[in-house]
Write a protein that binds this ligand. Structure first.
Ligand code: NAP
Length: 303
């Protein structure tokens, strides 16, 4: 297949590398030529375009069989979300409308689920996020579902949980730097997925995802902060993190959700088998990697 990856970052780059390994011809878009060698080294043909500028897309060397949108606003505010996700998606739908690919995959986020009651959340659950950025993503999904219904674009949405893996995983990195804090009793739920499984799920979706459908991209086991930190403390020999102060808790509370995101549909319909079905397996691999690379400074036994 001739594949276009729009946004070749933490997920897009290894996705491209894997697709090249599988024998596909892969093009990767970034906003600037900086870092193009990285793409070339992975066998990806680098392209420069800003998805929020329609004229940039018009210059890309289409048509493509598969298109994946993995651009990210890099934690920007609402305005950046609107530019990168909303305007970017409108531009892509418009541009691809004349020559639609066989499949279009967009990596949305589990932040579209605003549930705060600890309930199990599946793809048919309501998407009523409390945050403005979450609402932008709901709007983006709506554009893609409409495009799929109107047969303009065979779009599929993946709602991706918190991604971890090499150099990523916010709580884990904070914990290693002794900067983590437990919120309250530690009963806050974390939903996550290893980067390798995001890549695997995107490829499974390109191959067999149904147009207009949505799949949660999350591992098997939503976990509380307490269980997560206990696992890290047992694995590393470091102490449990201190409990956050009332002020720290108050600052973090806005827009926080409490939910258990389910992955049954992705496993049943895409036939996907997780490489890291839970955080224990994924983070054990990550700890071993850091240890091997001499990047893990753990206390000696008995310290
Ligand atoms: N990270 C998470 O935990 C998480 C959770 C849920 C969903 N997601 C979603 O997963 C996807 C992949 O995230 P990621 O962590 O791989 O993001 P990332 O590392 O920040 O990479 C984003 C890529 O998009 C490019 N980009 C940004 N703005 C662009 C624009 N206007 N036009 C063209 N390219 C642009 C960036 O390249 P340049 O800066 O060089 O242009 C970069 O290569 C995103 O859709 C994100 O929203 C991520």
């Amino acid at each position: 297949m001739r594949v276009l990856i729009v946004g070749c970052g933490y997920v897009g780059l290894p996705l491209g590398a894997e697709l090249v390994r599988l024998g596909h011809e892969v093009f990767g878009v970034r906003r600037s030529a900086a870092g193009a060698e990285e793409l070339v080294a992975a066998g990806i043909k680098p392209l420069v375009a800003d998805v929020s500028r329609a004229e940039d897309l018009a210059g890309l060397p289409g048509p493509f069989d598969w298109v994946v949108n993995t651009v990210s606003s890099s934690k920007g505010g609402v305005e950046e979300y609107r530019e990168v996700y909303l305007r970017g998606t409108k531009n892509l739908i418009e541009w691809l409308g004349t020559r639609p690919p066989l499949k279009f995959v967009y990596t949305s986020s589990t932040s579209v689920y605003g549930q705060v009651d600890g309930s199990s959340v599946k793809e048919s659950s309501p998407t009523v996020p409390a945050t403005e950025t979450g609402r932008v993503l709901v709007e983006v999904e709506g554009l893609l579902f409409a495009a799929a219904r109107e047969k303009k674009l065979p779009a599929v949405v993946l709602r991706v949980a918190g991604i971890y893996g090499p150099e990523r995983g916010h709580l884990f990195l904070q914990y290693l730097q002794d900067a983590a804090r437990m919120q309250g009793k530690g009963d806050r739920l974390i939903n996550m997925i290893h980067r390798e499984d995001v890549v695997g799920l995107i490829i499974a979706t390109l191959q067999s995802g149904r147009a207009g459908e949505v799949y949660n991209a999350v591992d098997d086991e939503p976990v509380t902060q307490l269980t997560f930190f206990r696992f890290l403390a047992e694995s590393t020999g470091k102490p449990m993190p201190p409990v956050a102060s009332a002020e720290e808790n108050a600052a973090r509370k806005r827009g926080l959700t409490q939910k258990r995101v389910q992955n049954r549909r992705a496993k049943a319909e895409l036939g996907y088998q997780f490489r890291y079905p839970n955080f224990r397996l994924g983070y054990t691999a990550e700890l071993i990697r850091l240890e091997r690379e001499g990047k893990l400074n753990l206390p000696e036994p008995g310290d």
